[in-house]
Design a protein around this ligand. Structure first.
Ligand code: NAI
Ligand code: MG
Length: 517
């Protein structure tokens, strides 16, 4: 997934975002009949290669975030559906059809899936926007990123190698290692990048020869179910990919604690990450956790202030601020603080809020009324804690879960808004005196996912990078992601890395083989 951080405020419309990100521009027609029909379908889950309702027959409503109206429903899967899916994944894992499939054939299946994603690009883009709320341009970036990840990871299927070694014990021996798939993967994902996060789990699992049970977020399961249809069309063996929809407390908890799961991959809140790590302590499933963040954006005195302000705005406002790596804390050198804050606030006030499908939309609604209330509450909390509001625009659509981008300036270290993940378009900002002081505040967080530094002074940048406790440090940019570069955090932002060859380690076990002759 390629996220675009830079240049947000300069953009006139979603099309420009897409051009800057160098992805194809879809010929988009709002509310196409096909996507409307798809959203309204009697949706089923994908288990053992079959499409089925929840065993208990229950469903959950799904909402259009741009209007607040219910626009469809999904199966409310529970423990019994998870049992069926885990059984199917286990059988598929052990089937000769999958376990003995040649790496080149797994590679080809994944490349074919990338082709199908591209063939259905416009439809997936519209579906993602209508289900999640994000602007069309952002969905284009996401779907393009999904196909890109598939192509990158497909190539790894044929490059998973062990090694030979010379053991030192007396006698004649031949010893080597092989890499084997870890087994059945249980994956649980959030709603901020529904297709993106689904691909970050499905792709490494299938490329390494694992099988997977995926539970999408209950708010955004529709595009993931469509992706499962494409995987079926490509011809992955039955049971290799299973998608069970439902709530976290029912389907999610059943999956996380299932004894038949060998590895859990989770992206979401730190609180639920902790719950999942507890569940995995009992089953001894391997775990990777990609959790929350409160990432600092550090603007040094030498930086180009206009570019830094654009970058800081993009860092927090991309995807409505619903990004785990969002640059949600802005620290600006005191000499240029007033200027940069004024610029960021002006960019924020100029952002056009509209339904994601509307031409010229620069920011869509948040995902749900819960998140809207939560983010608005945080803005009130910040004001009552003594932050000053640097933004002043108040125009937004009447319906839907919209929140205006907001800059809370002159915040202090102990404020809740500075320490807690808000997960919306809310930026907190404070000045700093020197590099040592800013490193200290940047690191004074329970989170450690990402950070960005804005400066052209290489000496300062190189001195600062190793001192920042975060899994990702960007310099003069924020939020770009590439399939080749690992992604993940330290501290309460979780453990393990996704993307790049590092991700494959989490889906593989090493077997040592020793022959005496
Ligand atoms: P969440 O962490 O509750 O949900 C993420 C996924 O976990 C969903 O698929 C959900 O169904 C599942 N889940 C929930 N409870 C579960 C349980 N007990 N066992 C297994 N799976 C469970 O996040 P939520 O409630 O949607 O958002 C709340 C806050 O979490 C946000 O405001 C944000 O701060 C943070 N968050 C962070 C994300 C990130 O990418 N770092 C993504 C989503 C939310
Ligand atoms: Mg939750």
């Amino acid at each position: 997934m390629t996220l675009l951080g830079k240049g947000f405020g300069r953009l006139d419309d979603a099309e420009v975002i897409v051009k800057q990100a160098n992805v194809p521009v879809a010929e988009f027609e709002a509310y196409s009949a096909d996507v409307t029909a798809y959203i309204g379908r009697d949706h089923k889950m994908f288990i053992a290669g079959e499409w089925r309702h929840a065993v208990e027959g229950k469903t959950l409503p799904v909402f259009d975030p741009a209007t607040g109206n219910e626009h469809g429903h999904i199966p409310a899967g529970g423990p019994m559906d998870i049992d069926l899916a885990v059984d199917a994944a286990r059988r598929a894992f052990e089937s000769p059809e999958w376990s003995r499939m040649k790496p080149a054939d797994r590679q080809q299946l994944m490349l074919n899936l990338a082709d199908l994603v591209e063939k259905n690009f416009d439809e997936l883009v519209e579906l993602e926007t209508r289900d999640n709320g994000k602007p069309i341009g952002e969905s284009q970036i996401d779907v393009n990123g999904v196909a890109g990840l598939m192509r990158y990871m497909a190539g790894w299927a044929t490059k998973i190698d062990g090694r030979t070694t010379n053991v030192s014990v007396p006698g004649d021996h031949f010893a080597y290692t092989t890499k084997e798939p870890v087994g059945v993967v249980g994956a649980i994902i959030p709603w901020n990048f529904p297709l993106g996060m689904a691909s970050w789990k499905i792709v490494p699992a299938l490329v390494t020869g694992c099988t997977i049970v995926l539970k999408p977020a209950e708010q955004t399961s529709l595009s993931v179910l469509r992706l499962a249809e494409l995987a079926e069309e490509v011809g992955f063996p039955k049971g290799v990919l299973n998608v069970v929809t439902g709530t976290g407390t029912s389907a999610g908890a059943a999956l996380a604690s299932h004894p038949g799961i060998d590895k859990i991959a989770f992206t979401g809140s730190t609180g639920i990450g902790r719950t999942i790590a507890h569940a995995a302590a009992d089953t001894l499933a391997r775990v990777t956790l990609e959790l929350g963040g409160k990432s600092p954006v550090i603007v040094l005195a030498d930086s180009d202030t206009a570019a830094a302000a654009q970058g800081a705005a993009g860092a927090i406002f991309f995807n409505q601020g619903q990004v785990c790596t969002a640059g949600s804390r802005l620290y600006v050198h005191q000499d240029i603080y007033d200027e940069v804050i004024a610029d960021v606030a002006a960019i924020a006030d100029g952002i056009r809020l509209a339904p994601g499908v509307a031409p010229g939309c620069q920011m869509g609604p948040l995902i749900s009324s819960e998140q809207q209330v939560r983010v608005e509450d945080y803005i009130d909390i910040g004001i009552s804690e003594g932050a000053s509001v640097a933004t002043s625009a108040d125009s937004k659509p009447d319906a839907g879960f919209f929140v205006r981008p907001t800059v809370l300036a002159d915040t202090s270290d102990e404020m809740r808004v500075v320490n807690e993940e808000i997960f919306g378009p809310v930026l907190v900002a404070a000045p700093f005196k020197d590099e040592t002081a800013v490193i200290e505040v940047a690191n004074a967080s329970n989170f450690g996912l990402s950070a960005s530094i804005w400066s052209n002074d290489l000496r300062k940048v190189h001195r600062m990078v190793p001192r920042i406790r975060a899994g990702i440090v960007w310099v003069n940019t924020h939020n770009p992601v590439d399939p080749s570069l690992p992604f993940g955090g330290v501290k309460h932002s979780g453990y393990g890395r996704e993307l790049g060859p590092e991700q494959l380690d989490a889906y593989l076990e090493t077997k040592s083989v020793w022959m005496s002759y």
